[in-house]
Design a protein around this ligand. Structure first.
Ligand code: ATP
Ligand code: MG
Length: 472
């Protein structure tokens, strides 16, 4: 017999499939369907009325509903759009809710007291309800060819408002261009997104090469959605990635940082990382790591990274917090470790050698992916703790234990050990040490051999006696 939650899940999916089948049969009947997806054709959208789909208002956050109704009552059109509609149809809980409207940003701002206009290139409105922020975007028109596109085909200026239909055609993937209409609770589909959702396909809207060139970040988004949603890319969407991945070098490092976090914190980092490698994209995000991992397909560095990503995914699944600093510690460990070893081989002491290696690797990395200092500082702490944890004599073990980043440093030590570095004794010692009371901890320290490091006393400097001045 199925237990309660399994039963609910099975019931839910049977309803979902039923509803998608219903939608799909309508779709086949849709006589207006025309010429593929190369350019925005003039045609009626497919409209799925409320009884024929599974999205109900109870699944939509109250903040998003307030925005939708607020706009509607002010006389504007208002739709949920993008990832939230896609995720609801797939039976996932949306990460956030985005709204599209025919009201201009200034008009939206007037409707909601607690709203803020943001963005320069394309103005958006953020409406805040407590901790939740709903992003409201005015329908956008297609970029007017030449004058808005640079010589790589990248969009450099676009700030033109448009219609719902135009807005649909300039979104990235068909499954991201579905709208939920607050007017009658129907779903509106201009780009065959529902058919693609049904078929489990991620398809870039329009001419694939042009759309990737306009905004190469779409390459990262395609890979992210494959990893996160378990869908597959359509042939063309997939085929252009290796050829165009190099365009990512022109994307501002701050934007690549945002996208990198989304790639690795979506709960599917291990799979996503494999996809990034497979499509030749990883080298454009982490070139130093890629150069070393390439040489060793199954070696220690790759095992360490995979384990770190699997742990991250598990923590997210268990609703535990994850720190990006740990993720970057794992992603950049191999280049740091190798430089560190080189510097030590040149007689630089361990800690300064590691500090130097860390500074150099980070300085190069942030030119590609701008990891903010608040994270890199912690990343460095995690690395330096790898040395400090080997120094256990005297008061040193107690000092490390009191270090604010001890836990992350210790976890990293375990990760290195599990990945094949010979750190078994050290890992087990620290695992036990944390569980003991202070007296036992002291005993553990006393029982350590002198090789456990850290207690080397500095030779005492003899104090010169002050010459006694004789006075007579
Ligand atoms: P999630 O929020 O789950 O990561 P999402 O699809 O909602 O996925 P957002 O970044 O929130 O991603 O974007 C919202 C919507 O905006 C997308 O679904 C898509 O329609 C549109 N969009 C986002 N980025 C782009 C882009 N680079 N090019 C075209 N459309 C985009
Ligand atoms: Mg979203």
């Amino acid at each position: 017999m199925l237990d309660g939650s399994l039963y609910e899940e099975a019931w839910y999916y049977s309803r979902l499939m039923l509803s998608l089948n219903k939608i799909f049969s309508k779709l086949r009947k849709n006589k207006t369907k025309k010429n593929g997806k190369a350019s925005p054709p003039q045609r009626d959208p497919l409209i799925i009325p409320r009884p024929d789909h599974t999205i109900s208002r109870s699944q939509i956050s109250s903040a998003a509903l307030k925005v939708l109704y607020g706009l509607k009552e002010a006389g504007y059109d208002a739709y949920l759009v993008g990832g939230c509609v896609r995720d609801l149809l797939l039976g996932h809980e949306p990460k956030d809710f985005d709204v599209a409207t025919n009201a201009s940003p200034e008009q939206v701002h007037k409707v909601f007291k607690r709203s803020r206009l943001i963005g320069r290139r394309f103005k958006l409105v953020h409406v805040r309800f407590g901790r939740e922020v709903i992003e409201v975007a005015t329908f956008r028109a297609p970029p007017e060819a030449e004058q808005h596109v640079d010589d790589q085909g990248r969009i450099v200026r676009d700030n033109v408002y448009g219609t719902l239909e135009q807005d649909a055609w300039r979104r990235d993937f068909t499954i991201n261009a579905l709208y939920y209409n607050i007017q009658d609770f129907s779903i509106v589909d201009y780009t065959d997104g529902l058919a693609d959702l049904q078929a489990g396909k991620i398809r870039l809207i329009g001419n694939v090469e042009t759309r990737y060139r306009e905004d190469p970040v779409r390459i990262l988004r395609a890979i992210r959605f494959v990893g996160k949603l378990g869908l597959v890319m359509d042939d063309d969407t997939e085929a252009w990635i290796p050829t165009l991945a190099g365009l990512l070098k022109d994307i501002p490092p701050a934007r690549l940082f945002d996208e990198t976090l989304k790639l690795y914190l979506s709960g599917n980092a291990a799979v996503t990382n494999e996809l990034l490698n497979h499509y030749g994209v990883f080298e454009h995000l982490f070139p130093q790591t890629d150069a070393l991992l390439h040489e060793e397909q199954d070696g220690y560095p790759r095992v360490l990274l995979t384990k770190a990503l699997e742990n991250t995914d598990k923590r997210i699944d268990d609703n535990k917090p994850v720190t990006p600093a740990f993720l970057f510690a794992a992603l950049l460990w191999e280049p740091v470790r190798q430089r560190w070893q080189d510097y030590m081989a040149n007689n630089i002491p361990a800690i300064p050698a590691l500090q130097r290696a860390a500074s150099e690797v980070i300085a190069e990395q942030v030119q590609r992916v701008a990891i903010p200092k608040r994270y890199t500082l912690v990343t460095r702490d995690i690395w330096v703790l790898q040395i400090r944890l080997t120094q256990r004599l005297g008061k040193r073990a107690f000092r490390s234990l009191a270090h604010p980043k001890f836990r992350a440093g210790y976890d990293f030590l375990l990760l290195r050990n599990e990945s094949g570095e010979a750190l078994e004794e050290l890992s087990e010692w620290w695992t036990l040490f944390q569980e003991q009371d202070e007296a036992e901890q002291q005993k553990m320290i006393n029982a350590l051999p002198a090789s456990a490091g850290g207690a080397k006393k500095r030779p005492r400097r003899r104090r010169r006696r002050k010459p006694v001045v004789k006075s007579d």
